[in-house]
Design a protein around this ligand. Structure first.
Ligand SMILES: CC(C)(COP(=O)(O)OP(=O)(O)OC[C@H]1O[C@@H](n2cnc3c(N)ncnc32)[C@H](O)[C@@H]1OP(=O)(O)O)[C@@H](O)C(=O)NCCC(=O)NCCS
Length: 159
């Protein structure tokens, strides 16, 4: 119990900043199933973070950035574009925490729906989304390259 309290205390979710750019690229580059963007794309989305229509959060563990989530608003819905936790920090609940904090923000902004695409074979991510009650609502045939694979479209509706 005491050990759990200490561990939880060291986890923090905050807005991503331009200074996080290198770390985000690094985390994504070690996560083959994450969306791979170049530095310029990260810079653009981090710079736009304070504007409406984009949410980028990072999770820190013991002061180190170990994961992130990026989403954009598409009309009245939100699309999760990328989420990744560095390999050594996985299965500790950080993805769950990131997604939960993101959903809180979206709810506060009054949106009702979040959607995303995920590789069919990405069982870890699908389990994470399943934990938050995302439901499969569609399939995009051969959506991904290297390797070619279908995307499942998942949706979350706020009650
Ligand atoms: C998907 C990802 C972000 C999950 O992050 P995480 O911090 O490990 O997630 P959590 O520890 O909160 O796990 C949440 C749930 O997901 C499931 N899960 C996570 N990793 C899993 C794995 N390797 N196998 C099976 N289920 C897994 C479990 O149900 C877990 O809950 P539990 O530990 O209570 O059983 C992480 O695996 C990752 O960065 N993957 C590479 C990038 C990626 O594929 N992103 C998704 C793009 S759509």
């Amino acid at each position: 119990m005491a050990e759990k309290a200490v561990r939880e205390k060291t986890v923090r979710v905050r807005r991503a900043e331009v200074a996080d750019l290198q770390r985000l690229v690094e985390i994504a580059s070690h996560s083959a199933t994450a969306a791979q963007w170049n530095q310029a794309e990260y810079l653009k989305l981090l710079s736009a973070d304070n504007q409406q229509g984009r949410i980028a959060l990072v999770v820190e563990q013991n002061g180190s950035t170990v994961g992130f989530i990026v989403a954009r608003q598409v009309e009245y819905e939100w699309e999760i574009e990328n989420i990744a936790v560095t390999g050594s920090a996985r299965r500790c609940g950080l993805g769950t925490r990131l997604l939960g904090e993101f959903l809180d923000l979206v709810r506060q902004r009054g949106s009702k729906t979040v959607f995303l695409e995920v590789r069919e074979s990405n069982l870890a991510a699908r389990a994470l989304y399943g934990k938050w009650a995302f439901l499969e609502v569609g399939r995009r045939k051969m959506y991904y390259q290297d390797p070619v694979e279908d995307a499942l479209v998942l949706k979350f509706n706020f009650p």
